[in-house]
Design a protein around this ligand. Structure first.
Ligand code: CU
Length: 364
């Protein structure tokens, strides 16, 4: 005899995948597909940055759609990714996705009232997120509008030696006022990054950005797609080149799969990144999927490393994400530096309860 439907039971997931992608992520899904539990009380009011618009999921929708010539796309405009970073613009030329990066000095406010002499690609810190599909031919024209020479390394890419971006080894310096054109095919999939390889100071002042290669079978499925790039150079202790409270809060809802791309840009230190409110699952390191995803609550990211985390928040509220080395995230006055907030709102749809854990199922 069939069981009657449970009151309040409804679809916990709106996300649908083609069968092939769904099969590919069975292991991943079982590792992180937690049944959501929810809090019964209102979120505690705490001081912090301005609230973000949780409905603003357009950035992730943009990233979850195919970005490629096979789908007729000829260009990409810059877009806000909702985490303090910007998707890079590109234009298709002769079958190659062409990007432009101009490096120049910039006075940058890391937090209200504190400015630093930064270096920026296209007037942004971090540099724009270069995101392409596996197999894409990529061209990046780098112009140096700084008073010192530079070169850009494509960290994690498998590419021809003369495109590797190491000055005085694989190419001459890009002198002030000059340009250099890099060209390679996107082979290495996953989360990577690019950065000045001239010296650690250029990188520490902001000359870096995320470099994401979407696998042919699709990206790690998630309702939210965020980046946290740690920095500890001339800008101080920063997430995405900002110190708390100027860091961008990450908006999500209970039960959503929140993908966080953690990138250690250094240039000097390791950071123990901790998310309050529950475990996350590490699904990839340096762009390579882990054979066995691993649950953690604190992950140490070294200089140059990348990790892909999936976190499913189970209770609404303002959840702290920070470096657990307290001199990087706290002063006597309170939180500073490497801190951001996961601003988690109630679920959109009713979610099944967990016996002994939750009874009510708030949603909006
Ligand atoms: Cu730290």
């Amino acid at each position: 005899m069939p069981l009657p439907p449970r009151p309040g039971a409804g679809p916990a997931r709106r996300f649908r995948l083609p069968r092939s992608r769904a099969l590919r992520y069975v292991v991943l899904g079982s590792a992180v597909g937690l049944t959501a539990a929810v809090a019964t009380g209102p979120a505690r009011s705490v001081a912090g940055p301005a609230p973000v618009n949780v409905e603003q999921a357009a950035a992730t929708q943009l990233l979850q759609r195919p970005l490629g010539t096979a789908f007729g796309q000829r260009s990409q405009a810059e877009a806000d990714l909702g985490d303090g970073t910007t998707l890079a613009a590109w234009e298709l030329k002769d079958g190659v996705k062409e990007f432009h990066l101009t490096a120049a000095p910039l006075t940058w406010e890391t937090e209200p009232g504190r400015t630093k002499q930064a270096l920026a690609f296209n007037g942004r810190l971090p540099g724009p997120v270069i995101r392409v599909n596996q197999g894409d031919k990529v061209r990046i024209v780098v112009k140096n509008d700084m008073p010192k020479p530079t070169a850009v390394h494509w960290h994690g890419m498998e590419l021809p030696n003369d495109q590797d971006g190491v000055p005085m080894l694989t190419q001459p310096d890009i002198e002030p006022g000059q340009s250099f054109t890099y060209e390679w095919t996107a082979v290495s999939t996953g989360t990577h990054w690019y950065h000045s390889h001239e010296d650690g100071d250029q990188e520490g002042r902001g000359l870096y950005g995320a470099l994401e290669v979407v696998p042919t079978l699709g990206d790690i499925p998630a309702e939210r797609d965020f980046r946290i790039m740690t920095g500890d150079g001339a800008l101080g202790f920063v997430f995405n080149a900002k110190s708390y409270p100027a860091t961008t809060s990450l908006a999500a809802k209970v039960g959503e799969r929140v993908h966080i791309r953690l990138i250690g840009t250094g240039p000097e230190m390791f950071h123990a990144i901790h998310i309050h409110g529950g475990y996350f699952t590490v699904v990839a390191q340096d762009g390579r999927p882990l054979a066995v995803p691993q649950q953690m609550d604190t992950l140490t990211v070294g200089v140059g490393q990348t990790y892909d985390l999936i976190w499913v928040p189970v209770r609404p509220g303002k959840w702290m994400i920070h470096c657990h080395v307290f001199s990087h995230s706290e002063v006597s006055m309170g939180m500073t530096g490497m801190v951001t907030i996961a601003d988690v709102h109630p679920a959109t749809v009713p979610l099944p309860g967990i016996p002994g854990v939750t009874e009510s199922q708030p949603h909006n």
